[in-house]
Write a protein that binds this ligand. Structure first.
Ligand code: C5P
Length: 462
């Protein structure tokens, strides 16, 4: 019987075999065996079902997302994106371009998606299995992340010379792209022209963000949006849940405040803004028109929300007062209770041999209390109580003193990891009593809180 040695195949065949084997997670020998079996006994053509969705009860539950990964360094973040989408209940079917496979492997994408990865327009297997038209039409959303400058150009021109671009052209589904590229490319007139074109063609765009580039020493606008921001944008597009807060306005404060001591020093706290930003996004998802007043944070502005950035407590109060009257106020910011009494115009100098300068403090305005007692008070005022001791007693006292309808109390002792972390365990303290919620991620706390606000708001209005 004749035997074939892979080593003796020509280079092009070897390369294509290597790519197929990598895609399918097989050794080259196994791939050859598979091919031979396949040609001698043709496989039945069944339309593969979408992979099992991950758990989750949010807006993405049961949604099918075709994730096109194109060739940029940001492709590594797409692996996390798959995980985040599935966590929220979506099924993810990855499609990778040739360029993407230079950065991440189909094996990794497929393992995270729990599905096979589609790569080839001319693959007999891919076309028999699903076909680019069915791939293009079977999804609730086509998500391109990262979307390179080249892929955006192809989209703008309607090219269809590989599986990914063909799917986009053949798709009648909503499309969301997350551009990622060098800032100079992002600012190039040709790219901006193509971007205008794809926007005009009804494609939604999330990001890019400002920040460090993979190339050392380069920074600017061009980093791909973080996976959770892409998830938020996708959620926004796919969310077909009822929007009970439509027509209502909401103000949310979030993050820390920075209280200047002199031009270079300030008093601050460890708040990340994650919880407040997530609440703003969830209220917007329920239809409210939300303005987020954010202290200095490093996380991006949430999707679907208008964001006002401030530094100090006094600036935060000003911004909030400008936004009143409103229907709902949720004060999540960790506002500094005190500021330096008298900010120095010059950097305070260390004097050798002299005692450190005294730091005199003055009390900051209480924004929640101001809003809770405002003439045209919002119909629903919600405060937070971050405590390290006597959580419930302190929250009850705050309810009364600050004029809030309810207080979300959380223990921020260092061992809880709540400050700056991703998870939270809260209790809802109101005149009705105390309701304990299980520990969940801050996104889920935000989703449940927004539902609670919508319910209480409707009850209050009835
Ligand atoms: O008094 P305490 O800082 O614990 O109160 C927390 C609640 O009050 C949070 O809702 C916070 O956003 C709000 N707050 C405020 N302005 C302050 C202090 C706290 O809005 N100066």
């Amino acid at each position: 019987m004749a035997s074939i040695t892979i080593r003796n195949l020509d280079d092009a065949t070897k390369q294509s075999l290597r790519e197929r084997a990598a895609r399918n997670g097989r050794s080259m020998e196994e791939e050859v065996r598979h091919l031979l079996r396949e040609t001698s006994a043709p496989a039945a053509v069944d339309e593969p079902t979408w992979p099992e969705p991950g758990g989750g009860d949010a807006a993405l539950a049961g949604k099918q997302i075709l994730l096109i990964i194109t060739g940029g360094i940001a492709a590594y973040k797409s692996l996390d994106l798959i995980r985040r989408l599935r966590e929220r209940g979506a099924s993810v079917r990855p499609v990778m371009t040739r360029g993407a496979m230079e950065f991440i492997t189909p094996l990794a994408a497929g393992a995270l998606a729990a599905d096979r990865v589609f790569t080839d327009l001319f693959s007999r297997e891919d076309e028999q299995d699903v076909g680019h038209i069915r791939l293009a039409r079977g999804a609730d959303l086509v998500l391109v992340a990262p979307a390179t400058a080249d892929f955006i150009a192809k989209m703008a021109q309607g090219h269809a010379d590989d599986l990914a671009s063909t799917i986009v052209l053949a798709s009648d589904r909503p499309i969301l792209i997350a551009p990622a590229m060098n800032p100079v490319m992002w600012n190039a007139p040709a790219l901006q022209r193509n971007l205008r074109q794809v926007r005009e063609d009804d494609v939604q765009v999330v990001g890019p963000m400002r920040g460090e580039m993979a190339e050392s020493g380069e920074a600017g606008l061009g980093r791909m949006a973080e996976p959770l921001d892409i998830v938020a944008a996708a959620t926004h597009m796919l969310d077909d849940r009822p929007r009970p807060l439509t027509g209502k306005t909401a103000i949310v404060t979030s993050g820390p405040t920075h209280e200047p001591i002199d031009p270079v020093r300030y008093i601050a706290n460890r708040s990340s803004g994650k919880q407040g930003h997530a609440i703003a996004a969830e209220l917007a998802a329920l239809g409210a028109s939300v303005t987020l007043v954010s202290g200095p944070v490093t996380i991006p502005d949430p999707h679907g929300v208008s964001t006002v950035r401030v530094e100090s407590a006094r600036e935060m109060l000003d911004a909030v007062e400008q936004l009143l009257p409103a229907d709902i106020a949720v004060m999540v910011a960790a506002v500094a209770d005190w500021r330096a009494a008298g900010e120095s115009g010059e950097k305070i100098k260390k004097k050798p041999g002299k005692a450190p300068p005294p730091l005199k403090l003055a009390e900051n305005p209480d924004i929640l209390k101001t809003v809770g007692h405002y003439g045209k008070r919002p119909s629903l005022v919600v405060g937070f109580a971050a405590e390290t001791q006597n959580l419930i007693d302190n929250a009850r006292a705050k309810l009364e003193r600050k004029g809030a309808d309810f207080i979300v109390a959380n223990d921020v002792s260092p061992e809880t990891g709540v400050m700056g972390g991703d998870r939270n365990r809260v209790r809802i303290v109101s005149a009705k009593g105390v309701e304990e919620w299980p520990e969940m991620d801050k996104q889920s706390v935000a989703a449940r809180l927004a539902q609670e606000i919508a319910a209480r708001f409707q009850t209050a209005m009835a």
